[in-house]
Every structure is written in structure tokens, then in C-alpha cells.
Design a protein around this ligand. Structure first.
Ligand code: GLN
Length: 231
């Protein structure tokens, strides 16, 4: 008979596209993954009694990684959509978001989404922002691997606007200052983020919902929220 395996701490493998501050990004000094989503999934793991290990995966590779079983869970500012719900299970919504547009600070002609007709727009590939931008009449949509690359293209003058999640746009402008870019107009829509698990892993989905509910009750969610979004 084989000797018994030593007991190992259970690990929850979480995937995130760590280029989406303040939800998930790499701390410049420590090189650790950090952000609202990272703190939240770690708190959920703690609640469940498991260790959380974060893997950095490109946004459009996250659902495939979940389907392939390379990760157990994904948390990446991912909007709950009908199309994605066909492929994964989403937790109860954990954050209210929406899309907004960013233009150069000195641009005084683009004031709202309706001004984007026929314009050049940068988006992140595989996102709700990309989908919505493609619906704008005659717009030329250029897809980048992540949000920072889309912002860089705006700064370089290669596009007229970036369409991306409002809280990420706000954080970007707060960090870089108002000299380069500004948010204009009203948010285009309302979206909600969810934590995704594989379709077949309903047990894990339930545990995550339970942990999330507990963190909302015991004030931990509020603490994490205030750390990243409190003024
Ligand atoms: N919320 C958007 C989406 O789900 C963007 C997410 C992201 O870029 N991390 O498509």
C-alpha cells in the first residue's frame, strides 16, 4: 500500500487580467497582484478556508482557461452578460459599473457617445466596451490587449477616444492627472461584475456566493470597497 499523502492546504486558483486598475494590477514596488478584485477573492478564500493563488491571464483568455480547468475561478472586472452566462456560472453581482468614454484633454468636439460616429476608437479586446463601440455607426474600432495599451494609443494621438469601464477610466485619470485625458458625457449603460466559475462546478459557485454574502454581512466587503473607492 502507498503511504498516505500529507495533508495539503487547499488552493483556489484564480485568474485575472492584471492590467485593470483599480480592480487588478501589479504593484510597481512589490510586483504583487493587488486591487479590489484581488482583495475580494482573497477574503472569499479566507472565508472558505482555502489559499488563493492569482494567475495573470489576458482578458480574452480567461473564460477559455476556466473551461479548460486551468483556473478554478475568475475575477477580472468581468461584466455579467447573457452571452458569457452560456459558458460560465456567475456569482451574485459584486460591483456596479458601466461604460464611459475618454478623450484627450484638449478635445472640445467629442462630448458624448453620439459624437463618436465615424471616429477612431480604442478598446480592449473581448470586452463589453469593444462590443458597444462596434455598434457605433461608421466608427473604426481598434482592439488592444489591455486597457493601458488603449490609453497609450489615445495619448499618442492614434485614436479619438477610448471606450472602457468608468471606474477604470476614473482611476487612470486620477493617476495620470488631467493634462492628458478626460472623461466626457454620461456613462453609456449600467453593468454588473460577477465572479465566474466553470459551468459544471456548481458546488464552488455556491460556496463563493455564500462567502460573498458573509463578507457583506460582516463588514469585510465594505472595508475592501472603502480601501479602493472611498474618497
Ligand atoms: N467589464 C468589461 C467586460 O466585462 C471589461 C473587463 C476588463 O477589461 N477586465 O467586458
Amino acid at each position: 500500500a502507498k503511504p498516505a499523502e500529507p495533508a495539503k492546504a487547499k488552493v483556489l486558483k484564480a485568474g485575472a487580467d492584471a492590467a485593470f486598475a483599480p480592480f487588478e494590477f501589479q504593484d510597481e514596488k512589490t510586483k504583487e497582484y493587488t486591487g479590489f478584485d484581488i482583495d475580494l477573492i482573497k477574503a472569499i478564500g479566507k472565508q472558505m478556508g482555502v489559499e488563493v493563488e492569482v494567475q495573470n491571464i489576458n482578458f480574452d483568455g480567461l473564460i477559455p482557461a476556466l473551461e479548460a480547468g486551468n483556473i478554478d475561478v475568475l475575477i477580472s472586472g468581468m461584466t455579467i452578460t447573457e452571452e458569457r452566462t452560456k459558458k460560465v456560472n456567475f456569482s451574485k453581482p459584486y460591483y456596479r459599473s458601466g461604460l464611459s468614454m475618454v478623450v484627450k484633454s484638449d478635445n472640445n468636439t467629442l462630448k458624448s457617445f453620439k459624437d463618436l460616429e465615424g471616429k477612431n476608437i480604442a478598446v480592449q479586446i473581448g470586452t463589453t466596451g469593444a462590443n458597444e463601440a462596434k455598434k457605433i455607426k461608421d466608427a473604426k474600432v481598434r482592439e488592444f490587449n489591455n486597457a493601458p495599451e488603449a490609453f497609450m494609443e489615445l495619448k499618442a494621438g492614434g485614436v479619438d477616444a477610448v471606450v472602457n469601464d468608468l471606474p477604470v477610466n476614473e482611476y487612470y485619470i486620477a493617476k495620470t492627472g488631467s493634462k492628458d485625458a478626460k472623461i466626457v458625457g454620461e456613462p453609456l449603460n449600467a453593468e454588473e461584475y460577477g465572479i465566474a466559475t466553470a459551468k459544471k462546478n456548481t458546488e464552488l459557485a455556491e460556496k463563493i456566493n455564500k462567502a460573498l454574502e458573509e463578507l457583506k454581512k460582516n463588514g469585510e466587503y465594505e472595508k475592501i470597497y472603502m480601501k479602493w473607492f472611498g474618497k
